[in-house]
Write a protein that binds this ligand. Structure first.
Ligand code: SF4
Ligand code: SF4
Length: 297
């Protein structure tokens, strides 16, 4: 089985499920949310990242590139179309200004990393698989998840909901908590904001609820994009009809934007400020009035 590409393993995370957790950011996602906080995790293939703040303008990368995809002129200029992600330049760079976006892990190697933090997981923490879309690799998860459970670790999975239900049944049965992100209820709006229809996503959400799989339903609130009163009311009504009682609202913040210029990303900065506590509270009122509890992440 091919290894998984992992962008980051973030330790001591407190916003990705209960307790203290180790969060694994898997690479690859079928959606292209315009506000993505982890743009380095969007493509399924590995890619080059250039952190200009680390660069000492030594020119070693341009000398090392076997296909002249880097030109040196007071610093490196990368021809992103030409670069074939061979990563020879990352070996030559003395400042770690050039790096692969992700590293390869086998299921066993990943679990070996996760158990290192075991003592911090007590009493209610554990491991969270995030991304990207962690459920995009059923073959990998079918091997990884039993290993995580064999170690008796609490497992949460953060998902955009766009996954193949049939092939993930064994995985979901062993998942302790699904963190399910709903971006928009209107199909047209969802397609406009993420590049994909939400029909599969809504169907998977219905199935998760019907199966009684423990879940936190979450919504990233993006000012001017998915937070109109009508849209929020529609989402609240939909969740109540499904018998849900609460929602977690995730306020938009700009942290992901600084990563865009390091990549050859198809996303562009939204150019809107991070959301304030007061703005989020105003959006929460729509859900509260509809009868839902609103929780912080
Ligand atoms: S990753 Fe390979 S092709 Fe791309 S710039 Fe570096 S050395 Fe050149
Ligand atoms: S090798 Fe690294 S430090 Fe030197 S110019 Fe290239 S990116 Fe900058």
């Amino acid at each position: 089985m091919p290894p998984a590409l992992v962008c980051d393993i973030q330790r001591f995370s407190v916003h990705d499920g209960p307790g203290i957790r180790t969060t694994v950011f898997c690479k690859g996602c079928p959606l292209r949310c315009r506000w993505c906080q982890n743009p380095e995790a969007l493509r399924f293939e590995n890619e080059l990242i250039f952190s200009s703040e680390r660069c000492i303008a030594c020119g070693e990368c341009a000398k090392a590139c076997p296909i002249q995809a880097i030109r040196h002129d007071h610093g490196p200029h990368i021809n992103w179309e030409k670069c074939d992600a061979c990563f020879v330049c990352t070996e030559a760079c003395p400042a770690r200004a050039l790096e692969p976006a992700a590293r390869e892990f086998s299921p066993a190697a990943l679990v070996k990393e996760l158990v290192k933090d075991r003592e911090f997981y007590e009493p209610e923490g554990g491991v969270t698989l995030s991304g990207g879309e962690p459920l995009a690799r059923p073959d990998f998860l079918q091997e990884l998840v039993p290993l995580i459970k064999h170690e008796n670790l609490h497992l949460a999975v953060e998902t955009c909901g766009h996954f193949n239900w049939e092939s993930l049944q064994p995985v979901l049965k062993q998942t302790d908590l699904v963190l399910f992100d709903l971006k928009a209820l209107s199909e047209d709006l969802h397609r406009k904001l993420t590049g994909q229809s939400n029909l599969v996503i809504l169907e998977n959400l219905r199935r998760i609820i019907a199966k009684g799989i423990p879940r936190h339903l979450r919504m990233p609130v993006i000012p001017g994009l998915n937070d109109s009163e009508d849209e929020l009311k529609r989402i609240a009504k939909f969740l109540i009809e499904l018998g849900e009682t609460e929602i977690v609202l995730l306020p938009y913040h700009r942290l992901g934007e600084s990563k865009l210029e390091k990549l050859n990303s198809e996303l562009k900065p939204l150019g809107i400020p991070s959301m304030s506590e007061k703005e989020l509270q105003a959006k929460s009122e729509v859900f509260i009035k509809a009868g839902l509890r609103v929780r912080k992440p």
